[in-house]
Write a protein that binds this ligand. Structure first.
Ligand code: ADP
Length: 374
């Protein structure tokens, strides 16, 4: 059995709201798991059930092979870091860090050693005598993380710990938390609505929507092999482009370009969709803008569009494109970016194309190296 097992977990709040449906997950010791999804999808509820702060309405939760549904938060050996740092405002950083250990009756000299060691890891050694209000947001967040790691527990639970920080601090803290995870080796479950945090920090990501798990996988899996349109649109920035079209005689019409589906999938698969609408998907970064002498490579679809808006971001440029009424975003090399108001050609390699069933929103299995590492 895995270190943590969630089997058929459900949460129905006392008001009857069913917030989490049949959540299944096995977590190995030391893994960094991220729950990601839009606000209200049930991430915090699931985390709080793991912490023992909410009861589990139905299903079984095991820690290291032992059923833990009825265990209180303290018995579970977890430490939680919240979005609102929850520091004691009248206590110094030192006392905030030491508080949990003092309550446990740990000897003063042991406490002193642990506080100093945690402060060193988190770059707080010079701030131990300050009060929380005398710290920056990032430093306060570090104290909150420090209070969790000082307890030397096996399981860390973090609920949107970076959402009160500015963009720059978030990037710094992201890598600090990843490093702390490496140092402590504690199994970590981290909740965020931010797909970049999920992609950069996680060993495995759990994507949730409206109380249901959509997909569990490594960042690589989710990016290249999304199971449905929700995951495909949630992971990646800017999101995957989607253009709807009806299959007629084994072809799609994408902004006036005929797409021969036999290049993408076997005839049995295409046959099932004849006369039905499917969604043609491609990532903004999967395209190549064509320069004058470029020829369209084999196994690619040539496209045409008008650049309506161009955002130079430095390392790349986002171009908002009108393709005969279909609006898409392309992420291109700034040196070959089209200018606003101009028409231009680009191409999409066949292996970068995704198709989805319009009705179920599930991904249609395509042939070849689609979404696989070369
Ligand atoms: P997330 O963390 O993904 O933003 P939550 O787990 O906090 O989402 O909430 C999931 C859903 O459950 C939301 O629709 C929320 O309004 C609802 N919810 C949260 N707490 C309660 C509660 N105590 N009673 C009833 N509904 C709740």
């Amino acid at each position: 059995m895995a270190y943590l097992t969630l089997r058929g977990i459900n949460k129905i709040y006392p008001n009857g709201f069913h917030a989490v449906h049949d959540f299944n997950l096995q977590i190995e010791k030391g893994e960094f798991i991220v729950f990601v999804g839009s606000s209200g999808c049930g991430k915090s509820t699931t985390l709080r059930m793991i912490a023992g702060l909410e009861n589990i309405s139905k299903g079984d939760f095991y820690i290291d092979g032992e059923r833990a549904n009825e265990k209180g938060p303290r018995e579970r050996g977890v430490a939680m870091v919240f979005q609102s740092y929850a520091l004691y405002p009248h206590m110094t950083v030192y006392d905030n860090l030491a508080f949990g250990l003092t309550l446990q009756g740990v000897d003063d000299d042991v406490i002193d050693e642990r506080v100093n060691s945690v402060a060193k890891i988190l770059g707080l050694s010079d701030y131990l005598e300050r009060l929380p209000r005398e710290l920056s947001g990032g430093q306060r967040q570090r104290v909150a993380v420090g209070r969790a790691i000082i307890r030397k527990v096996d399981i860390f639970l973090m609920d949107e710990p970076l959402s009160n920080l500015d963009a720059k601090q978030r990037v710094t803290m992201r890598s600090e938390i990843t490093q702390i995870h490496r140092q402590t080796g504690a199994t970590t479950i981290y909740v965020t609505h931010d797909q970049t945090e999920a992609m950069t920090m996680a060993d495995r990501i759990v994507v949730m929507k409206a109380g249901y798990v959509q997909q569990v996988g490594t960042p690589y899996d989710l990016y290249f092999n999304p199971v449905n349109m929700f995951v495909a649109g949630f992971i990646g920035e800017p999101p995957m482009n989607f253009v709807t079209s009806r299959v007629e005689n084994g072809r799609l019409d994408i902004a006036g370009v005929p797409i021969d589906l036999s290049l993408l999938a076997d005839s049995e698969v295409i046959g099932q969709y004849e006369g039905k609408e499917v969604v043609f998907g491609f990532r903004p970064e999967a395209v190549k803008v064509m320069e004058e002498d470029d020829a369209v490579p084999e196994d690619s679809f040539a496209m045409h569009g008008a650049a309506e808006l161009v955002e130079l971001l430095g390392d790349n440029t986002n171009v908002y494109v009108d393709m005969s009424g279909a609006n898409v975003i392309l992420k291109v090399d700034p040196h070959v970016s089209p200018e606003i108001g101009t028409e231009f050609d680009f191409y999409i390699p066949c292996k970068s194309v995704y198709l989805f069933d319009k009705e179920t929103e599930k991904r249609i299995k395509l042939r070849g190296k689609q979404g696989e590492k070369e």
